[in-house]
Write a protein that binds this ligand. Sequence first.
Ligand code: G6P
Length: 613
Amino acid sequence: MCGIIGYIGHQEAFPIIIKGLKRLEYRGYDSAGVSIGRHDELNIIKTKGKVDNLEDISNKKNTSGKIGIGHTRWATHGEPNKKNAHPHCSGNGEFAIIHNGIIENYDSIKKALTIKGHEFKSETDTEVLIHLIEEIKTQENVTLFESVRLALNEIVGAYAIIVMQKGSNEEFIAAKNGSPLVIGIGNGEYFIASDATPIVEYTRNVVYLEDGEIAKVNKSLELEIKTITNVSKTPYIHELELSLDAIEKGGYPHFMLKEINEQPKSVLNTLRGRIDPETKEIKLGGIFDYEQKIINASRIIIIACGTSWHAGLIGEYLFEDLTRIPVEVEYASEFRYRNPILRESDIVLAISQSGETADTLAALKLAKSKGVTVLGICNVVGSSIPRLTDAGIYTHAGPEIGVASTKAFTTQVSVLALISLLIAYKKGEINQITYRELIREIELIPEKISKVLKSSSKIAKIAKRFSSSSNFLYLGRSYNFPVALEGALKLKEISYIHAEGYPAAEMKHGPIALIDENMPIVVIATQRTNYEKIISNIQEVKSRGGKIIAIVTMGDTSVKEIADYCIEIPDSAEQFSPILANIPLQLLSYQIAVLRGCNVDQPRNLAKSVTVE
Ligand code: G6P
C-alpha cells in the first residue's frame, strides 16, 4: 500500500508534503519520511509511526527547499521501523526514491547487486530498486530518466515511484505500474500523489499516469511522458471534480462518524439522475450499451474484497431474486489464482470503493484477457478499475477516508439494487407495478437512513454495556446474512474484538457451542419472509444464556419480547432493508471502538487501499 507525494515548484515543499501525507495516511501509517532537495543536498528525515511523529521530529530541523518527496508506509518487506521507512537512497547517496507497491524479483536483483559490491541498509525491496537505478546510471552513463526507465524494464511487480537526484532541484522522475499515481499541473509547479486528495487545493488539472508509463517532471518544462518501452505519450489532462470540504472532518471527531452520518446524502447522490423524476424509470447511462448483454448473460460473477465483497453478496441475493440470472460472488484473491471457468456469455462485475485494490484489479485483468465483458461499480472517479472495465457505474459516495468502509457499502448496495431492478424489468422478470413499487421504495431509503441515524444515543448505551466483551456473534438470514458478515467485520476492524458473522440457521452447526451468558449476539431480524424462523433462532440463543441485541422493524413485537436490546429501523422492501440494517451496526462498532480507546480512522495493521496482493 503506502501513500506517496512529491512537490516541485516555487513554494516551500515540506508543508505541502506533510499536509499531503496526512491526507494519504489512510493508505498506511506505520512509518513516514521525506526527502527535501536544497542546494546540493538531499535532506532526508524519517521515523517510525505516523506523519505527526515525522512533523514533530522535523520541527527541530531545517526543512527548507522547493522540491521534495514524502512517503507514508504500510509495511510489506521489512518491519515498520526507521531503517525501513522511505525514502531510500542509492549507495552513493546521489538518488532517493519513494515507492508504493512490491518489487517481486527484488531478491535476485539484490543478490546480483551484492556481488557487484552494493551494500544495503534496509530489508526493503525499494532500496534494491534505487541501487539498480544507480548501477545502470553508472554503467551506462545515461540520464536519470533513462536509468529509471531501463531499471523498470528489469522489474517484476507493482510500483508507483518518484526518484529525485541530489543537486538536481528542478526535476524528478515518476513512474507507475499497478499502483496509482496522479500528477497535478500547477503554474510553474507540479504535485504528484497516490491520489488526488493532496492535490485538489492547489490545482484541478491532473494527469493520471497509466501502467508502464514514466514521466519527467521538470518545473520549467511541459510534462514529458513515455512508456518504459520508450514510446512517447501525450499527457491527457483531466479536470478534478473533488471538493476540499469532502476530504475534511467537518466538525466530527472522526472521519468514520462523519461518513456514517453522510449516508442519507451519499445514497441520494447515488440515486440522483438515475431515476427519471417524471417517468420513474431507472436510467443507468454507464451501462446502457451493455443492458442487453446483461439480460442475456448466463451468469454474473461478482469479484471484490473486504466490505465490497459483502456488498457483492447482497448483489447475489438481489440479482438472483429479481433478475433470475445466476450469480457467483468471488473473493478476487481466490478467483485470480484458481483458473476460473469463464464463458463469453458471462459478465464479470468488479466492486471496489477505491478502484485500486490489487487483487480485484488483477482478477479483472484475468477476466478481460479471457474475452469476458467486465463491468465495475466504483467510488473513486478515474481510478484504475473504472479505467479498465468495459463499462460501469460510479457510486458517487464522495471520498471515504475512514479505513473502515461505511458509506461505500451502502452506496454499492444501492447501485446493485438499481442494476438488478432495471435488468429484472427489462428482462420481464418483474412487472411494471412491482418495478414502480420498488423504485418508490428505494427513493425513500435516504430519508429512512436519516431516521436510523437518530438511534445513535440508544446504540451508545448498548455499546457501553458490551464494550468490554471479547467475542461477538452476528446472525442473519437471507438478505441479512451479508449484513451480519459486514457487521462482524466492522467490529473486528476497529475495536479488535473477535466477531463472527453467520447465517442464523447455520449457527447450530458450530458457533452455538460458543454461546454463554457473556456472549453478545447481534441478530438482524427485519425480514418479512422467514420471520418465524429467525425468532426460533433467537430462542435457541436465548435458552443458552446469550445476550441478544436485535435489529428489528419498527412496530415489531415478537422479537422485542425475547431480545435483551432492540434497535428499530423503518420498514422497507426486503431487498433494500440491508442498507438500513447495516447502519446501526456501523454505529455500534464505532461507539464500542471509541469506548475502547481505539484509533477508529486508522485501525492497527489495516489500510484503506490495498494495492498489494
Ligand atoms: C481494505 C479496506 C476495506 C475494503 C477493502 C476492499 O481491506 O480496509 O475497507 O473493503 O480493502 O477495498 P475496495 O477499495 O476494493 O473496496
